[in-house]
Design a protein around this ligand. Sequence first.
Ligand code: NAD
Length: 493
Amino acid sequence: MIDSPLLGSRSGFIGGRWDSGHSSARFEVVNPANGAILAELPLMSRDDAARSVQAAFEVLGSPISLERRRELLLALVDQIRKEREEIGRIITLENGKPLAEACAEADYAAGFYQYAADHLDRLTPRRLEENPRGHEWTVYARPAGVAGLITPWNFPFAMIAKKLAASLAAGAPAVIKPAEKTPLAMIALFTLLERIGMPSGLANLVFGDASAIGSVLCTDPRVRVVSFTGSTRVGRILLEQSAPHFKRLALELGGNAPFVVFADADLGLAAEHLVQNKLRAGGQTCVCANRLLVERSVADRFEQELVSRLEPLRVGDGMEPGVAVGPMIDRAGYEKVGQHLEDAVAGGARLTYQGRVPVGDDSDDAAETMSRDWGWYFPPTVLRHALPTMLCAREETFGPLFPIFEFESEAEALEMSNDTEYGLAAYLFTGDPRRAERMIERLHYGHVGWNSGTGPTPEAPFGGMGHSGFGREGGVEGLMDFVEFQTVARSPS
Ligand code: NAD
């Protein structure tokens, strides 16, 4: 069991109180590195979700001033910065990512609260300069209503920051449902929210029965916005459930990112960025490169640059110093990567490099150790001659597989890049600025890295196109997600 000053309570949080709900059923939170049980938490239900919505709804009766919202956001930033190491430790234990990465996730999360505090003046009432019809016009940004916020396990502390920063800024009370695989970082966040004296009901926490809680958030008329980050499959369920209730939705869904390398690119730089991009969270991020599209004439050289950077990397328990790649979140995640690898090899791709996983004895047989029952470690694995018909081209692999596809021309690279229903992130490496401009304008992706594998940042709007969802988080655009504009026309008489 995990021991932490940030986990004094092991329950949800409703109406300003720690609350375990009414059911006696419980679920386990497991360390993916070794199978250790970290905590047993109450399996909260539909009723608990409905009570959370009620607690949140009551807040709307006493609007919270912009100044108070700013104070809360800044106090939260202070707390996160103070507790970054402990937050990082909790993230690593429940998610598996290396500790340095987990601490960086805490910093990244703090950036969203800071950005919202710094740009809150965007939500102050705005007097129109014109006076149409001889009236005085003012536009108010009102809280849109109760917000339902549902988050995934791959960034247990950062994904909620994108949503909660914007809902707090808007003064919209929230009901939060984290992934059941990683609820501990969220409990830690609520410990911090309690410390800063958050008004009761402004944020509520409920977890357990995901589909029951989700259906309350999608159907209760008091919830006006549902903001979800997770798979396209679940996004579609929420879209269907919410449609009859005219809710506003923000859906941050899956991706299938192309990483395009032209012969005129700096191949070393491209390989460096690829490794950083692809191995964050062990390849389990929505923005990580899924398809490596490399111009045929440089494919051998690019592969060498890539492999030379993968060879020194250690796979293992994220709590151990020097580990660069942690375990997959669970057996299903591990098996999906294996299935993509097998499918590609069966279809004619060639496995050219595979790293090693931790072994416990002196054996260096990765295949043998990969079959044990805990710690689903998948080593970085490189494939050549991957084809667009393979599973690794059609679906998000969500693991450290590096399939190299080859192309001959710019037109082919563009066509292959856009050959997916997803549209979250794409990366382009070329030394030719005109080619970059042509390609970027035609890439159907919400986020594009040019000679860079960098992902989102608090200062910029981030989100998908197509089946990767809609809505934007971060930047000034993200601050508008939880407000409803009310226009008041006042007659001078
Ligand atoms: P998931 O869709 O399985 O789960 C996400 C959340 O939805 C969890 O809290 C889960 O409990 C909840 N959920 C599951 N079924 C539900 C239902 N019927 N009703 C309501 N809620 C339900 O996704 P995951 O496996 O946790 O996360 C991985 C996915 O998230 C990947 O596809 C990844 O690309 C995507 N993701 C997207 C972004 C982005 O910004 N676009 C960021 C991170 C992850």
